[in-house]
Design a binder for this molecule. Structure first.
Ligand code: ADE
Length: 227
């Protein structure tokens, strides 16, 4: 079954409103909504903010039979060409806040784990096709950098861009990716840009998040028709 996760209510509420034959499954800290969207059986959920919530939610989804996972939400741009409203489809995900360099592991690498997790090529291709139908926005395929930090300084944008070559920064994608990779379940992360992760990020995020979250949702809808 296809699973769709958003971090916040704004990121899933439009999809939730359209869920047919909805059944709620409640677990400690997480409610999953089972039903059908555009005739496709799905599990839909608000996963909460940050990597721990994302990992926990993904684990529940896999336990309920998720065989493909789409994460939808907003992100701060790191790539200099990205503007508010643009869409990033993940090539792969990294955890930018993991630092075991003191023990000689590369920055971002959890000892014994992969340095990054690759998104599924089919889900990526379908996401890019669907994203191309959202009017007036640029679609970029790129690396998603996740960490338990809201990035809001030019120096941090520079640092993450230089260290990881990531297109955008957010707070969940790599945790979803890591759990999916362990279970060999395909995933993709779709993020619309709410801010440029610099000094204006806080104001831009508050202003644009609800509006641009709709772009990522439009992509999910477009994907449903193709899956
Ligand atoms: N999600 C949206 N904007 C973000 C930012 N600047 N940093 C981290 N996560 C975000």
């Amino acid at each position: 079954m296809l699973a769709i996760i958003g971090a916040m209510d704004e990121e899933i509420e439009v999809l939730l409103a359209d869920l047919q034959a909805r059944e709620d499954l409640t677990f400690p800290g997480v409610t999953l909504h089972r039903g059908a969207l555009e005739g496709v059986p799905v599990l839909l959920t608000r996963g909460g903010i940050g990597k721990v919530n994302a990992a926990m939610t993904t684990t529940y989804l896999l336990g309920q039979g998720a065989t493909r996972v789409i994460f939808t939400g907003v992100a701060g741009a790191l790539h200099p060409d990205l503007r508010v409203g643009d869409i990033v489809v993940s090539t792969d995900c990294v955890q930018h806040d993991v630092d075991v360099t003191a023990l000689n592991y590369p920055l971002g690498t959890v000892p014994g784990e992969s340095p990054s997790w690759a998104a599924d090529p089919i889900l990526r291709a379908v996401a890019v096709e669907a994203a191309a139908e959202v009017p007036g926005v640029q679609v970029m395929e790129g690396r998603v950098a996740s960490g338990d930090q809201f990035i809001a300084a030019r120096e941090d944008v520079q640092r993450l861009w230089t260290a990881f070559g990531a297109a955008c920064a957010e707070m969940e994608g790599a945790a979803v990716a890591q759990v999916c990779a362990k279970a060999e379940v395909p995933f993709v992360v779709i993020r619309s840009v709410s801010d440029t992760a610099d000094q204006s990020a806080e104001v831009d995020y508050r202003e644009f998040m609800p509006q641009v979250a709709r772009h990522a949702k439009q992509v999910v809808r477009g994907m449903l028709a193709r899956l």
